[in-house]
Design a protein around this ligand. Structure first.
Ligand SMILES: [Mg+2]
Length: 456
């Protein structure tokens, strides 16, 4: 069996209790706690003489009719349609303002009660700590599912979401899973489907050739073996079956800093550093520099090609071209008390190590990783994975990554690191949105503090 690389997750009734106060499922709850009963109370002023018993009968009928008419689509779950149809069945004319407020009320009430099932948060974290990709696949409209996820606060552990609204069909049609694998860039045999419903989640997995877990927190199917690969009532059993080991971390924090453009006044390596003493076309120098960084040419070959004959002189010229402000150094001294500092840069180690030693800055860092120290260059995800292996006791969630390149941050974000972009004129905008953006490295202390306040 190929290595597990991703997990498809159902939301309602699997990760969270969103269905537990529905009339259809909450058989053991007092009627006052049911969402439909609250909805009935809310609609009382227009329902007037209609009793709860009459209302719920008509509501269920409306529900069934909509589901039959719109079978297998996201719209079949639409509360606007249920409520509108119920009112129609009650002989009440079209009252859009009341329908709109009733729908908002219904979901506000649902979200008040919405919590994750025990062990789910821990499980999602462990999946991400073990570098599994996660995609939610869920029958409903995107707007409501996004509201639920925001309430649950699990955004950073879910890489993607596919709703039946987006895929065009409810489960067990396989469209959602097809789209999910496309987003994840994974194959069927590399993922597992986790869901609470044998007829939808497990049936889809069966049809699409996925391994599946029937996660049954309410114990509805404990005595019947269906098409699932594995059955569990406890999320920690699911994690065990997936073979995802529990990772324990210390409380230590890591601050990972880029060099040129982040700590230096100079923003651009080619124009503002090498360009101060090399007079060739920057595009040519840049291309040669890439060859040197990739190890295709040696350092002396690089200097020769760009017209510099003495390597020692070149090193001196580079050192002279780099400016690290005194205020930046005192900032790092301050941050060092709270964080382990790591320098992570593609800047060649042949030049960098000496520059830091000459200025006595090497003592600030727990570790300095220059270009050439590893086999990887930014934004290769393996470089950030390597960093995690160097600090196995530090949670990726306690690692802040500071860089002026968005692509470099994106690789760290996928591993749950906090990403801070130092935005400058040289920053090229990509689709990636960092957690925090600062204009000057001196704003870093404040940005870190703010993030901690938010996450506390
Ligand atoms: Mg479900």
């Amino acid at each position: 069996m190929p290595k597990l690389r991703g997990v498809l997750l159902d939301l309602d009734g699997t990760l969270a209790n969103t269905e537990d106060y529905n009339y259809a499922y909450a058989t053991n709850k007092p009627v006052e706690e049911l969402l439909e009963y609250k909805l009935y109370q809310f609609l009382r002023p227009v329902l007037k003489v209609i009793s709860w018993e009459e209302f719920i009968e008509l509501y269920i009928r409306a529900n069934k009719e909509i589901k039959a008419e719109l079978h297998g689509t996201a719209a079949s779950h639409n509360r606007y349609l249920y409520i509108q149809k119920t009112l129609e069945l009650c002989g009440i004319n079209f009252v859009p303002d009341i329908i709109q407020r009733a729908v908002d009320f219904y979901f506000d009430e649902m979200l008040k009660k919405t919590v994750l099932y025990p062990g789910v948060l821990e499980g999602l974290k462990q999946m991400k700590f073990n570098q599994l990709s996660t995609c939610m696949i869920t029958d409903f409209t995107a707007d409501i599912q996004i509201r639920k996820i925001r309430k649950l606060g699990i955004m950073k552990y879910i890489d993607y979401m596919v709703t039946s609204e987006e895929a065009g069909a409810d489960k067990p049609h396989v469209e959602q899973a097809v789209l999910a694998l496309k987003k994840l860039h994974l194959r069927q045999e590399e993922v597992v489907m986790i869901g609470n419903n044998p007829k939808t989640d497990i049936e889809l997995a069966h049809r699409f050739g996925l391994r599946s877990v029937l996660f049954d927190p309410r114990g509805l199917y404990q005595n019947q073996k269906g098409k699932e690969t594995f059955y569990a009532q406890d999320f920690s059993e699911v994690m065990k079956w997936l073979g995802v080991p529990k990772v324990e971390y210390s409380r230590k924090k890591l601050l990972v800093l880029d060099f040129v453009g982040t700590l230096t006044t100079e923003k651009s390596m080619i124009e503002e550093v090498i360009g101060t003493f090399v007079r060739k076309d920057p595009a040519f120098v840049s291309a040669e520099y890439q060859l040197f960084r990739q190890g295709t040419i040696t350092e002396s070959e690089f200097w020769f090609r760009v017209g510099v004959s003495e390597v020692k002189k070149a090193h001196k010229a580079i050192d002279a071209a780099i400016t690290i402000r005194r205020s930046v150094i005192s900032l790092l001294e301050k941050l060092k008390k709270k964080y382990k500092l790591v320098l992570l840069t593609d800047f060649p180690q042949q030049w960098g190590r000496q520059i830091f030693e000459n200025r006595g800055l090497d003592r600030l860092f727990d570790r300095m990783i220059f270009g050439g120290d590893t086999d990887f260059v930014k934004p290769d995800a393996r470089l950030y994975n390597h960093l995690l292996t160097l600090y196995p006791d530090i949670s990726p969630e306690n690692i802040a990554l500071v860089d002026d390149t968005q692509q470099a941050l994106a690789s760290g974000r996928d591993l749950l690191m906090h990403t801070i972009l130092v935005e400058n004129a040289a920053s090229r905008h990509t689709a990636f949105v960092p957690d925090t953006i600062i204009k000057d490295i001196l704003d870093l202390g404040q940005a870190l503090e703010k993030n901690e306040r938010v996450n506390r």
